[in-house]
Design a protein around this ligand. Structure first.
Ligand code: HEC
Length: 93
């Protein structure tokens, strides 16, 4: 019984985290990905869903990015693949 409750709690938390995964990005990228973050990034709502996932994975493993990629690496470090997909579904074309 206790295990079931723990499982449900974890499930609830991860669902909430997924729905909210973009919240911390909005300050720089805009609520709908319509801004150039800090005047430097692409307008990410113009990117395809797969390009967004590729960029986020690349920031995480260090294989993608421009002069400010270190900043984005910190942003994506705690995102799971599922979070990245959820973000791309919300923002990308
Ligand atoms: C503190 C401001 C800031 C926050 C918060 C932030 N970003 Fe960024 N983002 C940037 C900057 C600056 C760049 C350009 C970095 C570079 O030089 O590659 C960027 C680049 C990107 C790119 C690639 C666009 C391109 O120009 O190639 C994507 C996709 C992206 N961010 C998504 C996100 C997501 C998703 C989050 C939240 C998890 C997030 N960002 C949070 C500032 C931010």
């Amino acid at each position: 019984m206790k295990k079931v409750l723990v499982f449900l709690a974890v499930l609830g938390l991860s669902t909430a985290a997924m729905a909210d995964a973009y919240a911390k990005c909005a300050g720089c990228h805009g609520a709908h990905g319509e801004k150039k973050a800090l005047g430097k990034s692409k307008v990410i709502k113009e990117m395809s869903k797969s390009d967004i996932v590729a960029a986020l994975k690349g920031y995480k493993d260090g294989s993608y990015g421009g002069p400010m990629k270190g900043l984005m690496k910190g942003q994506v470090a705690s995102l799971s693949d599922a979070d990245m997909t959820a973000i791309s579904e919300k923002i990308g074309k």
